[in-house]
Design a protein around this ligand. Structure first.
Ligand code: Z5A
Length: 218
């Protein structure tokens, strides 16, 4: 599988790696680990996130995650996700790929299909149309999906001691729908996705991450 990613990677075009999964499965932990690992290997890379990653996109992130006395409509939420993404792609992702850089991105468009699509119930066709409009042909070369039941993710997230943002306040069923969507997408695109069982110990997850990155960089 990783061999096909290497084949797909255009010569001198960088590598776009996204990390996905529902809340609390260990995305930030995985990115921290990969950062240290790549540094140790002397590889240059860039770490970024969605929503966010640029000054304007981070301002949109604040808008998206804050609490309000009114309900944010599903349409507004989806459009803000893609507004942030448009800014991020133009300012960070495309220039970095042009410079032949390795990008580690905490969430990308799969999260819109999982959360706004399966979670909120927005039609997949709307999201696919926005994806085409905002991204054109741009897609991650590799997506690492950390998979665990929503209950476990919620328990882990609680232990961090940070107060929940607007989206994190959703019910467990919302996150289970998002998880199901991620797994369906991973099955549909086995050449792009690597699924890691995130119920495993941190040591086991890190071993798997190391294997994936090593075979990609060989
Ligand atoms: N969102 C969206 O709706 N649509 C979109 O298109 C996009 C995003 C792009 C912000 O995302 C919100 O935006 C998010 C989806 C939405 N809302 N929600 N939910 P975010 O990525 O910033 O926030 P998050 O998903 O809530 O991430 P998180 O809570 O920071 O979780 P995490 O990064 O996956 O987990 P962690 O902080 O690495 O780990 C949690 C704890 O578990 C921590 O104490 C770790 O030490 C521990 N941990 C991690 N792995 C393990 C293992 N294997 N064993 C034991 N303990 C572990």
């Amino acid at each position: 599988m990783v061999a096909s990613i290497k084949q797909n990677k255009q010569k001198n075009k960088g590598l776009f790696i996204t990390i996905e999964g529902i809340e609390g499965v260990g995305k930030s932990t995985a990115i921290g680990f990969l950062q240290a690992y790549l540094q140790e290997k002397g590889k240059s890379f860039l770490v970024t996130r969605e929503p966010g990653g640029t000054e304007i996109a981070e301002a949109i992130r604040k808008l998206l995650l804050a609490h309000y006395n009114e309900t944010m409509t599903q349409e507004a939420e989806l459009l803000l996700m893609f507004a942030s993404r448009a800014q991020h792609i133009a300012q960070v992702i495309k220039p970095a790929l042009k410079d032949n850089k390795l990008i580690l991105c905490d969430r990308f468009t799969d999260a819109s299909f999982a959360y706004q699509g399966a979670g909120r119930g927005m039609p997949e066709a709307f999201i696919a149309a926005l994806e085409k409009w905002v991204q054109g042909d741009l897609k991650p070369n590799l997506t690492i999906l950390l998979d665990a039941p929503a209950k476990l993710g919620a328990q882990r997230a609680k232990h961090r001691g940070v107060s929940a943002d607007r989206i994190e306040l959703e019910q467990i069923q919302f996150f289970e729908r998002a998880r199901g969507c991620y797994l369906v997408r991973a099955k549909a695109e086995p050449d792009r996705f690597q699924v890691i069982d995130a119920t495993q110990s941190l040591v086991q997850v890190k071993t798997k991450l190391t294997e994936i990155i090593d075979s990609l960089l060989q």
